[in-house]
Design a protein around this ligand. Structure first.
Ligand code: HEM
Length: 59
């Protein structure tokens, strides 16, 4: 969190892709951060929190 340059590139993929990668996993990112008991909505809320403190979604 807080590294705007890092997040700008991720946010540029679009919100739905960032959500999808967080829910399904991506390379070193485990699906749902490894906590598979989370609902998709809970993961999306966590992503919104992280992005919100790292420059935001931009639009
Ligand atoms: C619920 C907890 C977590 C949330 C909400 C979360 C969210 C995210 C998001 C939004 C991204 C960017 C995805 C994209 O570029 O589209 C990401 C990437 C990543 N996360 Fe997590 N994460 C969580 C937990 C974890 C944990 C526990 C680990 C390590 C064990 C981890 C490792 C990574 C790595 C390595 C990436 C970069 C993947 C790549 O682009 O190669 N994350 N995460």
């Amino acid at each position: 969190m807080g590294k705007k340059a890092y997040w700008t590139k991720r946010v540029a993929q679009g919100k739905e892709m960032v959500y999808k990668n967080s829910i399904e996993g991506l390379r070193g990112m485990p699906a749902k951060g490894g906590m598979v008991s989370l609902s998709d909505e809970e993961v999306k809320a966590a992503v919104d929190y992280m992005v919100g403190r790292s420059g935001g979604w931009g639009k």
